[in-house]
Design a protein around this ligand. Structure first.
Ligand code: HEC
Length: 327
């Protein structure tokens, strides 16, 4: 079984097991300092930390389609209770995070937040009190969402039934979490100014939706030991995905991926959750296709958008990465 995260974890363990002499320590200290300095310089060159929403009220109906394309923001829906009222436990190698309540409840949800505050949390990972959100929330991917789409998605969130639900505190072992998340932003996120409107040319639109709205890579791309996406293995699957689910390789590799699929095969998965062998997808994939507890999912998104994503994914580099036994 070849798996990116497994390999990197093994390398890190081996590195950690080395004898740590004084000169080693000095060298590591220097390396870490230069990494931090490099990170700060990169952050300075990596574009604005500010996002802008277009003036005027958002279009909640259009926003519902964006929510559908975003898999219904399913991580914010727990097994019980109203959709998007949060408090779903998200297990990660760093502990369990609990998602926040996105309904307009004034005390426990987003009722008291301005559109700009929600936008800054969504596209820049920064909360109202100035702290950085844990990167378990993929704001670094939503960072490229078009201004118009973010505004309309926020308008849709405001139409949800307000539900009072307090979120549990995270149960994580990250030391100095707020500082650690801030360092993560500096080292691993490259903010560029998002477009005002989403691209309309099909291939560019497919890429935009895959990377910044439907975030297929959030599950289908394995992660490094720092929890950042392993870019060389983009969409190549993960044998130890979230909730211990096996996430298949969706690159066009003919042996370990879906190189033998047609565009229609992929569209059927996104539109109906149906695989070419007539099986249905299950687990997290079924959640993002169907939406959780009545929230919209890919199945409710415009068909031409599903087709654009399927076409785009046929053009990504094929990566040989076997995540299933027998591949
Ligand atoms: C929340 C996590 C998650 C997201 C987001 C996600 N997937 Fe999946 N996907 C999965 C899981 C888990 C499976 C395996 C489902 C199963 O075993 O039935 C899967 C299966 C698939 C399959 C079937 C592949 C095969 O070989 O059986 C395809 C195709 C697929 N996903 C495409 C996509 C595309 C395209 C997107 C973005 C538009 C996407 N997925 C977003 C978790 C996710």
């Amino acid at each position: 079984m070849v798996c990116g995260i497994g390999r990197e974890a093994r390398e890190a363990r081996e590195a950690g097991g080395a004898v740590f002499s004084r000169s080693h320590r000095r060298a590591s200290y220097l390396r870490l300092s230069s990494l931090a300095l490099g990170g700060v310089l990169l952050a300075a060159c990596s574009g604005s930390e500010v996002t802008h929403l277009p003036p005027g009220p958002g279009d909640a109906k259009r926003g519902e389609k964006i929510a559908a394309l975003a898999g219904g923001c399913g991580c914010h829906s727990a097994d019980t209770g109203a959709p998007l009222s949060g408090d779903r436990g998200l297990p990660t190698p760093f502990g369990t995070f609990y998602s926040s309540n996105l309904t307009p409840d004034p005390e426990t949800g987003l009722g008291g937040w301005s559109d700009e505050e929600i936008d800054t949390a969504l596209r820049r990972g920064r909360l109202r009190d100035g702290t950085t959100e844990a990167p378990v929330m993929p704001w670094y991917a939503y960072a490229g969402m078009a201004d118009e789409d973010a505004r309309d998605l926020i308008a849709w969130l405001r139409t949800l039934e307000p539900v009072r639900r307090q979120r549990r505190p995270d149960e994580i072992w990250v030391p100095l979490p707020r500082l650690a998340f801030r360092a993560w932003v500096i080292l691993f996120s490259r903010f560029t100014t998002p477009p005002q409107r989403a691209p309309s040319e099909p291939l560019a639109r497919g890429r935009y939706l895959v990377d910044h709205v439907a975030i297929c890579g959030d599950c289908h791309t394995p992660r490094t030991v720092f929890g950042s996406p392993a870019r060389a293995l983009a969409f190549a699957g993960n044998a130890q995905g979230p909730f211990d689910e096996l996430i298949p390789n969706i690159t066009p590799d003919k042996v370990t991926g879906i190189g033998n699929w047609s565009t229609d095969d992929m569209v059927s998965v996104l539109e109906m959750g149906m695989l070419p062998n007539m099986d249905s997808v299950s687990g997290l994939m079924a959640e993002v296709v169907d939406g959780v507890h009545g929230a919209p999912g890919y199945a409710q998104a415009p068909l031409e958008d599903l087709r654009a994503m399927a076409e785009y994914l046929r053009t990504v580099p094929p990566v040989a990465n076997a995540v299933r036994d027998g591949d």
